[in-house]
Structures are given as structure tokens and as C-alpha cells.
Design a protein around this ligand. Structure first.
Ligand SMILES: O=C(O)CCC(=O)C(=O)O
Ligand SMILES: [Fe+2]
Length: 358
């Protein structure tokens, strides 16, 4: 006798534009955070980086190096970002994403201006199960957002009228992320055996931006992804995670491992440009976001990237005598614009750093 499933056990239908090919569908749930080998993404106390105690500082730097080599991901605690600001950003983002669609579309991003609201980002040419809002630096805060001085290669910031105070909160957040980005970058640089300030000259006119991500509950999370598998193109990403709802996963040893959401931590991952600078010692990790049936998830990555004019190449001091660089120089602005095109439409294979390997 056949077993009759109750109707509620039938998988719910979702629009086909969100459905990803069978072999890339998620098998690891949003709330699994330990690998089959019992490993977890390392957590590093940033306080130790500021310590007067040499031994402590060296151990923290070594832990960063180890995490960058073996995971490409780590979490940082004692990061110095005020908890009240973190709560405010989450509350403002939630208020914004809960606005009616027509309201959000008033600040919709366009092909010419990547900043603003977007509800249909494509990663690997499938639609991601999420909404986002991007904004970037404002070199001249005293001038209008669309003044020529504030228009970059990416466009200019567009701010919604509601919720009240949204813009001020997000501008404070940008400054807090610049400070944290610099601290983490110094730690990573030191972990490579370089002066902590090695990369600072490339950051005078940095091209960093903030993304607010909102992942609604999904009736069939097994068929889709919040963000499909990808490498971050830039140097360094700092992710403020939803303190409760997990979903971010990194691939390690052929297995997808979830990153535990912690209220007291930021998630750091390195990107393609750091892989090139380190001559492949540090690996830009493949990662993705899975969604779930019952709870919305919020995240706020800060992509801490060098100036667009930067030619990124393996740092010569990291090459031992006679060793050849593994990559030819990559102009960051050029690489970024090629990669970004894949966000809008199917332009065929996305540009990857493998194309620059020597
Ligand atoms: O939502 C997250 O935790 C991370 C999203 C992500 O990987 C990205 O936006 O590049
Ligand atoms: Fe990412």
C-alpha cells in the first residue's frame, strides 16, 4: 500500500528563475556550523592585535595567517564597533526592506548607477533569493550626492526618504567599517610578514562599498540560494551578520561549512585581490548563502577594496629567491567592471583570477 503524504509535505513551488541546477543545490542546512571533521571557522580576538604583549600579538597575527591560508574566513570579536550602532543599522535596514516595493524602487539602481536598491541580483546567472541596497563613499560630504566630486565609476549614492535617519545611520556605518577594515587589513598584512601598512597607499581613494542584504523566508529553500556560490572579487570583506539566523557557508575540503551567527562578531573573508597580492598563499574562498523557510535573514557586507587605479600584482617581498609570480598584474577597476557585468545579465563565463594565472 502506497504512503499518502499530507498536502503540506509537498515541496512548495517557487518561480523557475530562482531555481539552480541540481548539482549546486544546498544540502547543508542554514543552521549547521561544524564540518564533518569537527572543524569550525576560527574566531580571533582583535584586542590581542592591539596588545602591548608581544607574544599575544604574535599569536593573534599567526592565527589570522592560519585562517587566511586554510579557510579564507574568520570571525573577529572585540572589533571596536559600538553595539548600539550595529543594532541601529539592523533596525534601519529592516524598516527599509519592509517598505512597499514601489517605495524602494524609487531608489532603484540602474546600469549607470550601481548604488541603490535592487531585488534581482544574478550570481552565476540565476536570480538570488534576496533584496539588496548598496551605497559607497562620499568624498565630499559638503556637496550633493550627485555633485561631480561625488560621482565615482560606480555612480553616486541614492538615499530613500524613509525610514527617517536611514542615511545618517548608514554614513556612520561606512566610517566605522573603514576603521575596522584598516585594522583587519593591517593584521593580514602583518600575517604575511609585511609591514602592517603595506597596502595603505592603495587605499587613499578606496573603492569600498556597503551592501545591505535582506533574505526573506523561502517556501522551498532546497531549490535556491540567497547568494549563489562565488568568490568576492576585491581584497577583503567584512560581514556584519544577522546575530541569530545563519546561512553563510564556505567551501572547505569539498564540503560546505556554515558560519555560526554571533552577535559579538564580524565575519571576515579575503577576496581575489588578496589572493593575488599574497601570490596564492591566501585563497579567496568559495562561499554562498542558503535561505530558510521560517525566518528572514539580514547581513551587511563591507567590501573593503583598493582604489580602482590599483594594479594588483604579487607583492615582490613575498617571492622567495628565483620564485616567479603566479599572476600577471590585474587592474582592479578593470577586473571589477568585468565581474560586475555578470550581476545584470548572462554575459557568458564570469572573469576569474585564474584567467590571469601565469
Ligand atoms: O549574506 C552574507 O552573509 C554574505 C553575502 C555575500 O557573500 C556577498 O554579498 O558577497
Ligand atoms: Fe560574498
Amino acid at each position: 500500500m502506497g504512503v499518502q503524504l499530507p498536502p503540506s509535505a509537498e515541496p512548495a513551488a517557487i518561480d523557475s528563475c530562482f531555481i539552480i541546477p541540481e548539482e549546486h543545490r544546498p544540502k547543508t542546512a542554514h543552521n549547521e556550523y561544524i564540518s564533518s571533521r569537527g572543524e569550525e571557522v576560527p574566531v580571533i580576538d582583535l584586542e590581542h592585535l592591539r596588545s602591548e604583549d608581544d607574544g599575544r600579538r604574535r599569536r593573534a597575527i599567526a592565527a589570522i595567517g592560519d585562517a587566511c591560508e586554510h579557510w579564507g574566513f574568520f570571525q573577529v570579536t572585540n572589533h571596536g564597533v559600538p553595539p548600539a550602532l550595529i543594532d541601529e543599522v539592523k533596525a534601519q535596514a529592516r524598516r527599509f526592506f519592509e517598505l512597499p516595493l514601489e517605495e524602494k524602487r524609487r531608489v532603484r539602481r540602474t546600469f549607470e548607477n550601481v548604488y541603490g536598491y535592487y531585488e534581482s541580483e544574478l550570481t552565476k546567472n540565476v536570480r538570488d533569493w534576496k533584496e539588496l541596497f548598496d551605497y559607497g563613499p562620499k568624498p565630499r560630504p559638503d556637496l550633493r550626492d550627485d555633485a561631480p566630486e561625488n560621482v565615482t565609476l560606480d555612480g553616486h549614492n541614492q538615499w530613500p526618504e524613509a525610514p527617517p535617519g536611514f542615511r545618517a545611520t548608514m554614513e556612520n556605518w561606512f566610517s566605522a567599517m573603514e576603521r575596522l577594515g584598516r585594522d583587519v587589513l593591517h593584521g593580514i598584512s602583518a600575517s604575511l610578514g609585511l609591514p602592517p601598512t603595506e597596502f595603505d597607499p592603495h587605499y587613499a581613494n578606496h573603492s569600498s562599498f556597503v551592501r545591505l542584504n535582506y533574505y526573506r523566508p523561502c517556501p522551498n529553500p532546497a531549490l535556491t540560494l540567497g547568494v549563489n556560490r562565488h568568490y568576492d572579487a576585491g581584497a577583503l570583506t567584512i560581514v556584519g551578520q544577522d546575530g541569530e539566523v545563519g546561512g553563510l557557508q564556505v567551501q572547505k575540503g569539498g564540503e560546505w561549512v556554515g558560519i555560526e551567527p554571533r552577535r559579538d562578531a564580524f565575519v571576515i573573508n579575503i577576496g581575489d585581490m588578496m589572493q593575488v597580492w599574497s601570490n596564492g598563499k591566501y585563497k579567496s574562498p568559495l562561499h554562498r548563502v542558503v535561505v530558510n523557510e521560517s525566518r528572514a535573514r539580514f547581513s551587511v557586507p563591507f567590501f573593503y577594496n583598493p582604489a580602482y587605479s590599483t594594479d594588483v600584482a604579487p607583492v615582490p617581498q613575498l617571492l622567495s629567491a628565483g620564485q616567479q609570480p603566479a599572476y600577471r598584474p590585474i587592474n582592479w577597476g578593470d577586473f571589477r567592471s568585468k565581474r560586475a557585468k555578470g550581476d545584470y545579465a548572462d554575459f557568458g563565463e564570469e572573469v576569474q583570477i585564474a584567467h590571469y594565472a601565469l
